[in-house]
Design a protein around this ligand. Structure first.
Ligand SMILES: Cc1cc2nc3c(=O)[nH]c(=O)nc-3n(C[C@H](O)[C@H](O)[C@H](O)COP(=O)(O)OP(=O)(O)OC[C@H]3O[C@@H](n4cnc5c(N)ncnc54)[C@H](O)[C@@H]3O)c2cc1C
Length: 317
């Protein structure tokens, strides 16, 4: 069987793809090929973490966009016949994956949450959320390669394996023709708040909060726990009490803290999608039938205005 190819702009996303690749390789016996942007040291690291071959994409001039690599990747794929191509679902990754899939005349499962290989049918089955997270869609692609974009930070990074230290090959690819597009300026997105996707403890406020001044109460609890504040979409998008970077869920960020504590959060599926990676989910809600209690490991049925001060008091002790 040909192989599993991975492509990501950033190292940490590449390591996640390698982890998925390793799982598939163990089932299929396929080799893993990693497409890497011109870094020999990283190439050795990828090999130690599971890649059998690294195809080094040549460095680009500063005014060249990443999609210059598209014809190069397509050309290599036409020669190498990969069975699977996994691309990290960054904005540029998604754009490139769609264009590569079109040129290879195959399908693309975007924002794929899981990919499995069924040994009896020899089919790769993928999953993705549909209808705003209300349904799970299963996707099968009859064409080859099977292509999927994988949302970053949804898988563990592949760990290095000592026994792989001297394995694998690295091949340098030649420079592709320049793009007609030129990059005039590169500017980082300005953030109002710090990134909380890696926070260990998260206190999330929902519409159970009556007014913006009451955020102070949630902040006191967050301080007592040494946690970060986050929110549901209505809090950031409708009320504008907190910036959108703190909205957890389908249209916001995914978090995977040790503890997620929801205050006045109903737990609709679009929100819960963003907290599935949390180790412990706890919730305070005055409605015992609130859907959050179906997901929560720990729940307090009660008015947050009674419960939160008591929690703060206990934490201070
Ligand atoms: C395409 C799409 C994408 C979406 N993406 C997201 C997303 O990324 N993130 C997101 O969060 N939402 C998202 N939503 C919205 C989502 O469906 C819910 O509407 C939203 O999560 C509800 O927010 P909430 O829990 O704060 O509010 P509500 O659903 O109004 O819940 C408030 C809860 O507070 C409880 N409560 C009220 N007063 C108190 C009190 N005093 N003490 C304790 N509990 C109290 C109530 O019982 C209730 O359960 C999306 C929707 C769509 C259609």
């Amino acid at each position: 069987m040909a192989g599993i190819w991975t492509f990501a702009e950033y190292r940490e996303h590449m390591l996640e793809l390698l982890n998925i690749g390793r799982g598939l390789a163990a089932k299929t016996g396929m080799k893993i090929t990693t497409l890497l942007c011109h870094d020999r040291e990283q190439a050795r690291d990828c090999i130690q973490r599971g890649a059998d071959e690294v195809l080094l994409l040549p460095p680009l001039a500063g005014d060249q966009p990443l999609d210059v690599y598209i014809p190069l990747i397509v050309e290599e794929a036409k020669k190498g016949y990969p069975d699977v191509i996994l691309v990290s679902a960054t904005t540029r990754g998604k754009d490139m994956a769609a264009r590569i899939a079109a040129r290879l005349n195959t399908g693309l499962c975007s924002s794929c949450t899981a990919i499995r290989y069924d040994e009896s049918s020899k089919i790769f089955e993928m999953e993705r959320l549909a209808y705003g997270g209300a349904a799970l869609q299963k996707v099968v692609c009859n064409a080859r390669p099977v292509m999927a974009t994988i949302p970053p930070k949804t898988h563990e990074p592949a760990a290095p394996l000592e026994e792989r230290r001297d394995l694998g090959t690295v091949r340098e690819l030649s420079l592709p023709p320049p793009s007609a597009l030129k990059v005039i300026q590169r500017k980082g997105k300005e953030r109002e708040v710090k990134d909380i996707t890696e926070a260990r403890l998260v206190v999330c406020v929902g519409r159970g909060l009556e007014k913006s001044e009451d955020l102070a109460l949630a902040r006191r609890l967050a301080d007592a726990l040494n946690a970060e504040i986050a929110c549901t979409r209505p809090i950031s998008e409708e009320y504008h009490w907190l910036p959108e970077e703190l909205c957890i869920g389908l249209s916001g960020i995914q978090v995977k803290p040790d503890l997620y504590l929801g205050l006045g959060v109903s737990g609709q599926v679009q929100h819960v999608t963003g907290i599935r990676g949390a180790k412990v989910i706890a919730a305070v809600n005055k409605d015992e039938n609130a859907p959050i209690f179906k997901t929560a490991d720990l729940g307090i049925v009660g008015d947050l205005y009674d419960v939160v001060p008591k929690l703060i008091e206990e934490l201070k002790k």
